[in-house]
Write a protein that binds this ligand. Structure first.
Ligand SMILES: Cc1cc2nc3c(=O)[nH]c(=O)nc-3n(C[C@H](O)[C@H](O)[C@H](O)COP(=O)(O)O)c2cc1C
Length: 310
């Protein structure tokens, strides 16, 4: 077995394959299926200050090669997480990253501060695709100034590393990535879901109760790879980029890595192939063996290097 361990954020991960927020619960549901300590890391479902019930059904719709969701960030709140869920993950031998969101900057900060003493949580992943109630509902991640203030405020208060998960719906990933890094982000996660919708032609109505929702799954792979590529072109190895979007097998994971991702997250694929992350871990090792690549680090952003040479 090849050594796939990677170091980023000052932390060693046993491999670069993580599971994405909202597609793996808090990890505890999957322990029945396989030993989740084999994963590089688990990113939790989004955690907010207060519990949230989420949106009304229908909240999920199937699409060609993907799905739409408008779950609405249902979660038990940070206290509920610490009381009911944390004790069940504390002993699991892999890293956990808390996906955090809020309706105000203060809420983001408060959630992170509440998790500072939870040792199993090694970093925060800020979901900035959430409405800022103090700015008329504009999403945090859609305004560079608002985004920059949020990252600066969180960074000023917390000790653990902060990843920012960017929205693909701004269209301008390079400048938003730069804003985050200049504001102190320790790493970037690309991408969250793409805004989409589906209409039921017989009822002549949108299928989701919220009309629009987030598109995910293999359908978004080329968009995600392009955005990782663009962010890496701008930032190079200066800050870790975590690739997420459409990953379902070794090839799709490798595309993210060769575009510049140092780690990848498997999302929607967990719903149709729960063991996909394990197959990808194995597949990356086999690929390295076949290509006689000894260190995983050599793969990161390699498609850029080969392009420059030709
Ligand atoms: C049902 C569902 C729930 C999600 N919940 C969250 C969430 O709570 N926080 C977040 O940042 N991203 C959330 N996401 C986005 C995923 O983490 C991921 O960024 C996106 O689905 C793209 O990856 P994929 O194509 O591999 O699914 C959710 C996605 C799905 C499908």
């Amino acid at each position: 077995m090849m050594d796939l361990s990677v170091e980023l954020l000052g932390i060693r991960f046993k491999n670069p394959v993580w599971v994405a927020s909202g597609t793996f619960g808090y990890g505890i549901e999957a322990v029945e299926i396989y030993d989740i300590s084999r994963l590089g890391a688990v990113v939790t479902k989004g955690i907010s200050l207060k519990p949230r019930e989420g949106n009304m059904p229908e909240r999920i719709a199937e699409t060609p090669c993907g799905m739409l969701n408008s779950i609405g960030l249902q979660n038990p709140g940070v206290e509920g997480f610490l009381k009911k869920i944390y004790p069940q993950i504390e002993h699991i031998d892999t890293h956990f990253i808390a996906n955090v969101f809020g309706e105000t900057e203060e809420e983001y900060v408060e959630v992170c501060l509440a998790l500072e003493h939870a040792k199993k949580i090694v970093a925060y992943e800020l979901n900035v695709s959430c409405p800022n109630v103090k700015k008329g509902g504009m999403l945090f991640g859609h305004d560079p100034l608002v985004l920059s203030r949020l990252v600066e405020r969180v960074k000023a208060k917390v000790k653990k590393p902060v990843l920012v998960k960017l929205s693909p719906n701004t269209g301008d990933v390079k400048s938003f990535a730069k804003v985050c890094v200049e504001s102190g982000a320790d790493g970037l996660v690309l991408i969250n879901t793409l805004l989409g919708m589906k209409i039921d032609v017989w009822s002549e109505k949108p299928e989701l109760s919220t009309i629009m929702g987030g598109l995910s799954g293999p359908a978004i792979l080329p968009v995600a790879v392009r955005m990782v590529w663009e962010a890496f072109s701008e930032l190079g190895h200066s800050v870790p980029i975590i690739g997420v979007g459409g990953i379902y097998d070794t090839d799709s994971a490798l595309q993210h890595i060769l575009a510049g991702a140092v780690c990848v997250q498997v999302g929607t694929a967990n719903f149709f192939d729960p063991t996909a992350p394990l197959k990808i871990i194995e597949g990356i090792g086999e690929y390295m063996e076949r290509k006689s690549i000894e260190s995983f680090k050599e793969l990161v952003g390699r498609a850029h290097r080969l392009l420059v040479k030709s």
